[in-house]
Design a protein around this ligand. Structure first.
Ligand code: GDD
Ligand code: MN
Length: 374
């Protein structure tokens, strides 16, 4: 890569009218090319760019700083101990004072040359301009594998069921809108997972005036995609959150679902443990409990609290607190169910369900306050 100079031009002296927000995780090699491309694409527009980096180990933030030190249009936002594309985008936008904000991936897969057309569309009255792979003239290109394209299509169809108005590419991470509108919607966002545009469209409570500008999704040149199975789960969580009108937090639903998996794990572990020759039932039960709690803890760390994921020493500390908290939860479960049964207030089914509900709420409270702390 040749050395690139980003000599500020006259427009840099003006306050930016467009802030380009670039979420990035492990995109060090793409930072300088991104700035050069924005510079070429946005001539005549007073712009700035904010790279929002989640403390990437590859030195992304340092690359941003090097360029920012000589170009006032470039800013960096570095978050420590946090992960998440949607929340990174939100915080980048909230750091802007420009009239318009654009969001573009930091891996050069989105075509920055359509940014002026997107800006023009919003100036002419659209509330959000979407860089679209599915609009006339757009193309998903070779940026996705066939399997990934299938998943993306299924997601688009699922999203369409909730959207108040048809949108060709609601899964796009490439869009531009008035900053004030984003700011107005920000408190309503789930801000989880990858799909911030879909979140915005579903949070407005009315159809937004959308303009779709076609572009060709490029293959990734450097680095790798961060989309994995957990991101897909988060996507389902986002849709569910919106479908339920946000009254049951998705984190709680996720926690309860993991708990249900835990019950299955418990029974399976118990089944195996009782096969051990000479083992007492209590010992088998304890073994199964520990296996289930550990599996629950790890699943919650990966899924429910992905954005606050614990590692190393904090993982060990969290696990100990989780064991203690869930132990108390289990005792309360048995106690409450027993009490209801003894007092004749409920049959064993209802008593068991009440005990289980109490335990889930208790464990969730312990987890959200003492184990995974924001
Ligand atoms: N700050 C931050 N934190 N950035 C992140 C994180 C994170 O946890 N995860 C991903 N990113 C950044 C990546 O560095 C990249 O710049 C951008 O978000 C998109 O991530 P990719 O991993 O490259 O995603 P993709 O190529 O599979 O999908 C993207 O493009 C699709 C097509 O427009 C996403 O933006 C999708 O939302 C979008 O639909
Ligand atoms: Mn990508």
């Amino acid at each position: 890569m040749p050395a690139q100079t980003h000599a500020p031009t006259q427009t840099a002296e003006l306050p930016a009218e467009l802030t380009v927000v670039v979420p990035c995780y492990k995109e060090a090699a793409n930072v300088a090319p991104m700035v050069a491309r924005l510079e070429a694409a946005l001539r005549g527009i007073a712009w700035e760019v904010v790279f929002v980096d989640d403390d990437s180990p590859d030195g992304t933030a340092a690359r941003v700083r090097e360029i920012a030190a000589r170009d006032p249009r470039v800013r960096g936002l570095r978050r420590i101990g946090r992960r998440g594309l949607a929340s990174a985008v939100t915080e980048g936008v909230l750091s802007s004072s420009a009239a318009y904000v654009a969001v573009i991936d930091g891996d050069l897969q989105h075509d920055e040359t359509i940014l002026p057309a997107m800006l023009a569309a919003v100036r002419e009255g659209a509330e959000v301009a979407i860089g679209s792979r599915h609009a006339e003239g757009g193309e998903a290109g070779t940026g996705f594998s066939a399997a990934r394209a299938k998943v993306s299509d299924a997601g688009t169809r699922l999203a369409a069921m909730l959207l108040p108005t048809p949108v060709g590419d609601p899964m796009s991470g490439f869009f531009l809108m008035p900053r004030a509108l984003f700011e107005f919607l920000a408190p309503k966002l789930s801000a989880r997972g990858f799909k911030i545009l879909l979140d915005l469209l579903l949070s407005a409570g009315r159809p937004l005036r959308v303009a779709e500008i076609p572009y060709r999704f490029r293959p990734r040149q450097a680095g790798e995609s961060k989309l994995d199975a957990t991101v897909l789960l988060e996507f389902l969580g986002l849709l569910m959150d919106k479908a339920l009108g946000g009254w049951l937090p998705w984190r709680f639903v996720s926690f309860a679902a993991v708990g249900a998996i835990g019950v299955v794990v418990h029974l399976a572990a118990l089944f195996l443990a009782v096969q051990i020759p000479g083992i007492r039932f209590e010992a088998a039960q304890w073994t199964a409990t520990f296996v289930a709690m550990t599996v629950n803890f790890l699943l919650n760390n990966r899924i429910t609290y992905r954005d606050l994921r614990l590692r190393g020493a904090r993982l060990a500390r969290g696990l100990v607190i989780f064991y203690i908290g869930c132990g108390i939860g289990a005792a309360a479960n048995v106690g409450v169910a027993g009490l209801l049964l003894r007092e004749g207030l409920a049959g064993w089914g209802l008593a068991g369900a009440a005990g289980a509900l109490l335990t889930v709420v208790w464990n969730y409270a312990v987890s959200s306050t003492l184990v995974w702390r924001g």
